[in-house]
Design a protein. Structure first.
Lengths: 81, 979, 173
């Protein structure tokens, strides 16, 4: 199990250089009158399907940049849509 | 031990004799011999005993294709005799037997096979349960291969690793592989070629042409010529003695390489990240399954051939063949030309032999029996003869001999292909499983495609190399089209019979499908009868292919056998999957050089010289104790009464600045960071989205939109990540710099701390000028700038000095000298841990974990509830948890029992229910009693409650009781901090 | 040869508008990975807002400018040079980074792990590479590097080896 990710600064690197930041879920919701249930769903719920999804990754072993990319967990390959 | 006449293929040096021992008796061989060839030439025929039945086993192959030829060398078990070069003084011993394997006390097990059907250990000896335990242990003691004795196995030797990058990785250095490498390099790509044998050329190495002509047109000569081309091409990096162990995601190829002639066990781990892969791993012999086909003396065609040509050893006095392809016939002819007696050659193919080979066999006087195959070996301990039988007929003939060469034809070596994601399907034309599909960046060439014609083999190699280069972007359209055309002209793979078992083997009680685990044809029938009929199931239940041989000896036979037993066409079944490691590397190689790369503070050596006992703390090594007393009584007492020095350099230290620096601080910290003022340490915590505390530290403004802040040591490496993650949508303009390593941090703590510091600085340290929680930049010694904070983690008057790392030793020495008369001593992390616990200061991970929020651990006072605009991380969770029932709460404990002190992690019980747990307990010298911090259900968190603590220690149930008290024991009002 | 350059000055330059800055009077390269050399300084563009500046010499160490974007990081990391004929062979033992990928112009900055430690690696040429990494790792990193790369011929050298290499780079060698 070793796949590659493309860092926007450094180019393609082994996945071990990166840390996973979860799937794309949009910006943090406003907290004024925030329904706790809504916040919990935003923070915790994940739907994982065997199809391409947008994900956040951090280049911990390299330039230290956060980026999002589209990757298919079924093949572990990045997909350029 | 006479050797056969010399030829150019010989790889031994008869002038250099090497002595070794076999099961204690002295033997000899030559330089260039492998352990296997040296043993064979010295007359050894029985190499060991089999796993289950303890049957005698001999030399079947020379490539480590199974467990039969695994021996122990110099105390190291499971070494492959066929691939390990002989060295002077080696002590070689057989495995799974005591002493010489020709006789074995457990040999009687062979007759008990009726009571050991397939999977018997899953199904018997279960009742009574106690007996099962005893029986299984006895069985384990009897079965098994080598013994590892760490006291005698010695130093594994130097291990190395290299990491390669290439456009094209070619796996296999035979004719096809070499052609692929040359074509790819010629197209301008970076090529790495990996060959598992010590030489390039594959099996061309010992093929000297018909009747051993050894002329300039022989296969060997052609192989040598190609090898020279490859060797002189600077664009191809060649790695010999370098087997591939696996192919992983996106064409990462791994393997190991034996280096160092002086020490054959020295290995190097290699990895190659390639854009494309060409697999040219060739073909293996597919075994024929017949009765007693495991007897010492039964061997592959290549084994007999190489013993004769590579090592100059006659395989036997009389050799009978049961062949399945033309290469075996060629081998027989070569042995005949060397004077070996080959009375009969059975060929399972009824027709289709190369006419040239047929006529030369006729001239030699050997009898060729087409449509015949081996049925049964004669001989109890070694081969004494073999019965050949007509396939589908009733004729049977017995030939006395001492060696039986048998195969059912060839099968592609699918190990690397399978790992690369290839799919296979059975072909009735070739009678074996062939390649059906490959991923787009993997190519195959040569015998692995089932081809046998040398021109075709090389043409597919060239084509694969060009296709790989093209996939990397090289422009080769012209030559690529020509290569495709040449391959299209080829005849393709020749037909094969697909035979698996020899004729008339009956129930096949001792006809072995897999030597490694003694899996027989009868066992396969038993598997099918029990419902384990699919090859993948039969493999696991019947143990076919689970040993070192994996896909080699049992290979495709498992799938084809199960199809035959079930009466189905082989195209209906799928061959079994091959998994890494394709060839086993040693664990020491995988461990690698085993360096411990870690972080050390600038004061590491100084503390070591002062008696510091170091422990790993995250990426760092830190001094945990300064004496043999791990309760640190003296260290603690000295801090509480005099003054101590602690190296806190791993503390996270950061600069954050820019127009939106405050915005970022407001997002990740739970407090109102606008309240941070110059000259003062603002303490706060960071929470995550579930309200747990993940970090804490102080923030100090040092300029306009410019802050200096600290974090805990363990989190320093994640701080920039955390900030940037939680602000990634905001587009804010702020900058972050990690200064953790740039500044050393020295903690000066104790009632005499001010007195010491006054001696090294002229800054005003009076309590009015520099109060508790103050921050001042002060000069120490000869003008070294120190950022100084008055904090109170351990509960005494204390100053934390941050100085440039290069000045750390200077500053430390100054303080040490200044404090000498006042009794200054170093103290370590354990002493710090105890003192902060006495103060009830939480350590994240000890008193704070995933189930407790900022509020639960009593730090809710940090939370700025009014600020929703900043969208503070964790605030919504805190709001949601505030009114929840049943949460854990942090309390202090006073242990009632002056004797036993519960350990960290002991559970708090309510009857037979868990109601919380003890985070930390210690004995306090200052307080005179045992105390602790615990997380308990809120119902138990009332002061004065008696808690019952349970531990299971060394088979005993131990109960202790404790009383809930406020979690601040030492100087609860913090007066000592504020002097 | 391995040369320790940790005493030589280094700085971090970080700003939202870094492209408009001229720290030490020198322009910052435009694209991440680009390296510029001027006035004895090597400027490495790290990402959209950040660059590292290393004093390679010759010449005296410039003073840290009074600029909020510039921070002295000399003590933050260790700095070593690998100089000699076998730089690629040495680095192959300790990193899987493709330092000498064909078609990439040199010098270039590569940020990635060496011996498992995140590093800034400036590949100058086939005969010289510079690395910085967190200061705490210095001793154990150097020990592991010298041990792993000993078969490739790595030994230790003094600063003169480095200065000669810098001079050769300036001449275009």
């Amino acid at each position: 199990m070793t796949f590659r990710l493309t860092c926007p600064v450094c180019g393609p690197r082994d996945v071990y250089e990166f840390r996973y930041g979860g799937p794309e879920r949009g910006p943090r919701p406003d907290q004024e009158d925030l329904d706790p249930e809504a916040h919990f769903r935003w923070a915790q719920f994940r739907m994982t399907r065997p199809e391409a999804q947008e994900e956040w990754w951090y280049h911990a072993g390299g330039c230290g940049v956060w980026f999002s990319t589209v990757r298919n967990p079924a093949t572990n390959r990045e997909e350029t849509s | 031990m006479t050797r056969l006449p010399r030829s150019s293929a010989l790889r031994i040096d008869t002038d250099r004799r090497l002595r070794f021992s076999w099961c204690g008796s002295a033997r000899a061989g030559y330089e260039g011999d492998t352990v296997a060839s040296a043993l064979w030439s010295s007359g050894v025929r029985t190499f060991g005993r089999s796993f289950e039945y303890h049957r005698p086993r001999g030399l079947y192959d020379l490539e480590g294709e199974g467990a039969s030829q695994l021996v122990s060398i110099d105390g190291v078990p499971n070494q492959s005799a066929g691939t390990t070069l002989l060295r002077e003084g080696m002590a070689v011993a057989a495995q799974n037997v005591r002493g010489d394997p020709r006789s074995d006390a457990f040999g009687f097990l062979d007759r008990l096979d009726r009571w050991m059907p397939a999977g018997f250990y899953y199904r018997v000896f279960h009742r009574p349960h106690a007996a099962a335990h005893f029986v299984h242990n006895r069985m384990r003691a009897m079965a098994g291969l080598g013994i590892l004795d760490v006291s005698t196995s010695g130093d594994p030797g130097r291990r190395e690793e290299i990491f390669l990058n290439a456009d094209v990785a070619v796996i296999g250095g035979g004719a096809a592989g070499m052609r692929a490498a040359l074509a790819a390099a010629g197209a301008g790509t970076r090529v790495c070629l990996f060959e598992r044998r010590p030489w390039l050329g594959g099996h061309l190495d010992w093929r000297l042409g018909l009747e051993g002509a050894d002329g300039p047109d022989s296969p060997r000569a052609r192989g040598r010529a190609l090898a020279e081309h490859v060797g002189s091409d600077a664009r191809i990096r060649v790695f010999t003695s370098a087997p591939v162990t696996g192919i992983w995601g996106e064409n990462l190829v791994t393997g190991f390489q034996r280096v160092g002639a002086a020490d054959p066990f020295v290995e190097r781990h290699w990895e190659c990240r390639a854009r494309t892969i060409v697999v040219a791993t060739g073909a293996l012999e597919r075994p024929l399954v017949f009765n007693h086909n495991d007897r010492p003396g039964v061997m592959q065609a290549d084994t007999a051939w190489r013993l004769a040509r590579t090592y100059g050893v006659s395989p036997g006095a009389v050799v009978v063949f049961s062949a399945g392809d033309d290469l075996a016939l060629e081998a027989a002819l070569d042995l005949l030309s060397l004077g070996v007696d080959v009375p009969a050659i059975a060929d399972s193919r009824p027709e289709g032999q190369d006419p040239e080979l047929v006529s030369r066999i006729a001239e030699s006087g050997a009898e060729l029996l087409t449509g015949w195959a081996a049925s049964q070996v004669v001989g109890r301990r070694v081969v004494r003869g073999v019965q050949l039988a007509e396939i589908g007929g009733s004729t049977r003939r017995e030939f006395p001999c001492d060696v039986v060469v048998a195969n059912a034809g060839r099968q592609p070596d699918i190990g690397a292909l399978s790992c690369a994601g290839a799919r296979f399907r059975h072909s009735t034309h070739t009678g074996s499983f062939e390649l059906a599909s490959l991923p787009s960046d993997v190519f195959a060439a040569g015998r692995v495609l089932g081809l046998t014609d040398s021109v075709e083999i090389e043409a597919t190699g060239t084509l694969a190399g060009l296709e790989a280069a093209s996939a990397c972007g090289a422009s080769v359209s012209g030559t690529l089209a020509a290569a495709r055309a040449e391959v299209a002209e080829g005849a393709g793979a020749p037909p094969g019979t697909g035979i698996v078992r020899g004729p008339d083997i009956g129930e096949g009680r001792k006809a072995f499908l897999d030597y490694d685990e003694d899996g027989t044809w009868k066992n396969a029938v038993q598997c099918a009868a029990l419902g384990f009929d699919v090859p993948e199931l039969a493999k696991r239940f019947g143990n076919f292919g689970l040993g070192p041989g994996q896909y080699r000896v049992p290979g495709q036979n498992v799938a084809m056998a199960m199809a035959e037993i079930e009466g189905r066409p082989a195209s209906d079944v799928a061959s079994t999957t091959v998994r890494p490691p394709i060839i086993p590397p040693s664990l020491a190689t995988l461990a690698g050089p085993n360096h411990d790369v870690h972080k050390r503070t600038p004061l590491h050596e100084d503390q070591a010289a002062r008696g510091g006992v170091f422990r790993r703390a995250g990426a760092w090594k830190r001094a945990r104790y300064f004496s043999a007393d791990y309760t640190c009584r003296e260290e603690i007492r000295n801090v509480r009464e005099n003054v101590g020095l602690l190296d806190s350099s791993p503390l996270g230290k950061f600069r954050i600045w820019g127009p939106h620096a405050l915005h970022a601080l407001q997002r990740v910290y739970i407090s109102d960071m606008r309240k941070a003022t110059r000259g003062r340490c603002k303490y706060s915590a960071m929470c995550n989205d579930t309200g747990n505390v993940v970090d804490d530290g102080v923030v100090i403004p040092v300029g306009e939109d410019d802050y200096y802040f600290t974090t805990s040591s363990n989190r320093a490496g994640s701080t920039v990540e955390w900030f940037r993650y939680h602000t990634r949508y905001d587009g804010w303009d702020y900058n972050l710099l990690n200064l953790t390593d740039a500044l050393a941090s020295i903690n000066l703590a104790g009632p005499e701390a001010r007195a010491v510091l006054e001696r090294v600085t002229d800054a005003d340290l009076s309590n009015d000028a520099f109060p508790y929680l103050g921050y001042r930049v002060i000069p120490v010694g000869d003008g070294v700038e120190a950022r100084c904070m008055r904090l109170g983690f351990v509960g005494e008057l204390s100053y934390e000095l941050h100085v440039g790392a290069s000045y750390a030793q200077y500053a430390w020495d100054l303080l040490w000298d200044a404090g000498a008369e006042l009794g200054i001593r170093p103290f370590g992390l354990e002493a710090q841990y105890c003192m902060r616990a006495e103060k009830g200061h939480v350590i994240i991970g000890a008193e704070s974990e995933q189930r407790v929020t900022l509020l639960d651990i009593g730090m809710g006072w940090l939370w700025d509830r009014s600020d929703t605009a900043s969208k503070k991380v964790g605030a919504p969770a805190l709001r949601a948890c505030e009114e929840q029932d049943g949460r854990l709460e942090l309390v202090g404990l006073r242990i009632d029992d002056a004797g036993h002190r519960p350990e960290d992690g002991a559970i708090v019980v309510d009857g037979d229910r868990i109601a919380g747990y003890v985070c930390t307990t210690r004995v306090s010298g200052a307080l005179g009693y045992q105390y602790g911090l615990a997380l308990v259900e809120e119902g138990f968190a009332v002061e004065g409650t008696t808690l019952s603590i349970y531990e299971h220690l060394r088979s005993d149930d131990v109960r202790t009781s404790a009383t809930v008290v406020p979690p601040h024991f030492y100087d609860p009002k913090g007066e000592r901090l504020r002097v | 040869m391995l040369v320790d350059l940790s005493h030589r000055a280094r700085w971090d330059v970080q700003d939202g508008a870094i492209d408009e800055l001229r720290p030490f009077g020198v322009a910052v390269p435009r694209d991440p990975g680009d390296v510029a050399i001027a006035s004895g300084l090597m400027i490495n563009r790290m990402n959209r807002t950040q660059a590292s500046v290393w004093h390679i010499g010759p010449g005296p160490t410039p003073a840290t400018p009074d600029d909020v974007a510039v921070t002295d990081t000399t003590d933050a990391n260790a700095w070593i040079a690998i100089v000699g004929d076998a730089v690629a062979g040495v680095m192959e033992h300790v990193t899987s980074l493709d330092l000498f990928e064909p078609g990439r112009s040199l010098p270039r900055l590569i940020q990635g792990p060496v011996l498992g430690v995140p590093c800034q690696v400036v590949v100058g040429s086939r005969t010289g590479a510079l690395l910085t990494f967190a200061r705490g790792y210095a001793q154990t990193f150097a020990d592991a590097l010298l041990d792993s790369a000993a078969p490739a011929g790595l030994g230790t050298g003094g600063e003169r080896v480095f200065s000669e290499h810098v001079a050769a780079m300036a001449r275009g060698g």
